[in-house]
Design a protein around this ligand. Structure first.
Ligand SMILES: [Zn+2]
Length: 480
């Protein structure tokens, strides 16, 4: 494989994320000798990737953590008809710091992913996967998904029969929603004896959206239909080992990177005594492995099994549990992407990132869907879209649509994915409305009361979804 047109790899210091990426000097071939030493120093990384790999293995062994296994083949991209211009156009949203590009070799024909970075000086066995632009693929891929979406669009436009018949939607009400879980996750607001639980808002909203979409002909699956965690067994009986291991794999390009230097014994000493290592083995962190690991993984596996065309994650936003505010009440949607330079340490995470990066048309379709749904919600709720360039780790794609490396987003490799933040439940105008159970509904034999304000959210999602199919242009979509 001849790889002669590599991008110059931007190396930023770990505190330098706010500088965004330095792509002005790309593309161009860079030999390891000519790679600016100052940049390497700034990033405080050992020059030789094989030495880095060897050191990381030593550290894992000292921590009694097994080496990370190769990611499942299904996680690598199966792209078809992704072109170089499409790839280039999506890079700023998916790999904003150039972190993943350190592991990639890109030329006009295709892209290769390597197990270690500085791919141009690595031996052949560090090669992990390669995808050519415009190649033929076998088996399920994004083009099959987009063909199904196009079929639904034709059906919606024809206005005969149930518009969403044949569409499979997975709805994931975020968090858990019991008082117990709220205390552990912090996802609630409680003021003067009045309380709003985000997990409960998410649940009511999801049940009502499910009911609405089913009435339009869609087949819907919910990750949960009551207030509880999704993973079985629960936090007491679950095995934290895979999530503990993953914590350390993730650390390679983050806090551990600058520690992998000097003599071997000093290096091991340094890592064993790092606060991050102590945290990894703590009881508090064990709880986090359940909430942000096992429970999200259980939800992601339902996507794998159900194979939806569209996945909708339902969330509401708040800043603090004991305080209302009247500044922010915007809405936004997260799509996969926004993979930051400190998040590329794990092989399996990189495989998933690579998948989202290469399946450009699936990404574009998620953005389009998010844009429409946020538009529908904005009209129905009378609220504005979030419109700032970059917040937390996310990257703006469009007004109200942000690429963000959330577990649920990253792990979804088969469907369109939108993660909604419906409104701010800690806002002074919303909180009182959401403490009232002034509406009633029944879904799948379950009768329940809920705040009537949620009807505006549900109507917005419904209208946004229909307008997505209504306005879908098959040419731009399927690329023919
Ligand atoms: Zn949430």
């Amino acid at each position: 494989m001849i790889r002669n047109a590599l991008f110059l790899i931007p190396m930023l210091g770990f505190a330098g994320l706010a500088q965004a990426y330095e792509l002005d000097d790309a593309p161009g071939y860079v030999s390891p000798e000519s790679f600016p030493a100052t940049r390497l120093e700034r990033a405080r990384l050992p020059l030789d990737p094989l030495d880095r790999d060897r050191r990381f293995k030593k550290v894992l062994s000292a921590l009694k953590i097994p080496e990370e296994v190769a990611p499942p083949a299904a996680w690598f991209p199966k792209t078809e008809e992704t072109t170089r211009p499409e790839f280039d156009a999506n890079l700023p949203f998916l790999d904003p710091d150039g972190g993943l590009r350190r592991y990639l070799a890109v030329d006009e024909q295709g892209v290769s992913l390597f197990r270690e970075f500085f791919s141009h000086i690595l031996p052949r066995d560090y090669f992990e996967a390669g995808v050519d632009f415009l190649k033929e693929v076998q088996g399920p891929n994004s083009q099959d998904l987009l063909s199904r979406i196009a079929t639904i669009s034709r059906q919606v436009k024809s206005r005969s029969g149930p518009p969403l018949k044949g569409l499979k939607v997975l709805i994931d009400p975020g968090h858990m929603g019991t008082t117990d879980w709220d205390e552990k996750t912090g996802k609630f607001v409680s003021i003067k004896g009045k309380r709003v639980s985000e997990g409960q808002l998410n649940l009511w909203t999801s049940l009502l959206v499910a009911k609405e979409l089913e009435s339009l002909g869609a087949t819907v699956m919910l990750t949960r239909s009551d207030a509880r965690a999704v993973a079985e067994p629960g936090p007491e009986g679950f095995d934290p080992t895979p999530y503990l291991n993953q914590y350390f794999y993730n650390s390679l390009d983050a806090w551990m990177a600058p520690l992998l230097t000097g003599s071997e014994s000093e290096m091991i000493e340094r890592v064993l005594n790092a606060p991050e290592t102590k945290k990894a083995f703590s009881q508090v962190q064990r709880g986090q492995y359940f909430i942000t690991g096992a429970d999200l993984e259980a939800r992601a596996r339902m996507v794998d099994q159900f194979q939806p065309d569209i996945t909708i994650d339902v969330h509401y936003d708040a800043f603090k549990s004991d305080q209302l505010q009247n500044r922010d009440n915007t809405i936004e949607a997260f799509v996969p992407g926004g993979f930051r330079i400190t998040e590329t340490g794990s092989r399996s995470v990189r495989a998933m990132m690579f998948n989202h990066l290469m399946e450009t048309r699936r990404f574009n379709a998620s953005v389009e869907l998010a844009d429409r749904v946020i538009g529908g919600m904005s009209a129905s709720l009378g609220l504005k879209r979030l419109n700032i360039q970059e917040f937390i780790t996310s990257v703006k794609v469009k007004d109200g649509v942000y690429a963000r490396n959330l577990y649920i987003n990253r792990r979804n490799l088969t469907s369109l994915m939108i993660y909604l933040e419906c409104l701010h439940y800690d806002h002074t105008t919303e909180f009182p409305r959401l403490t009232k159970l002034d509406a009633r509904a029944q879904y799948r034999g379950l009768a329940f009361s809920y705040p009537a304000r949620i009807n505006d959210v549900v109507y917005g999602i419904r209208e946004g979804l229909l307008s997505y199919f209504e306005n879908l242009s098959e040419e731009t979509y399927l690329g023919n």
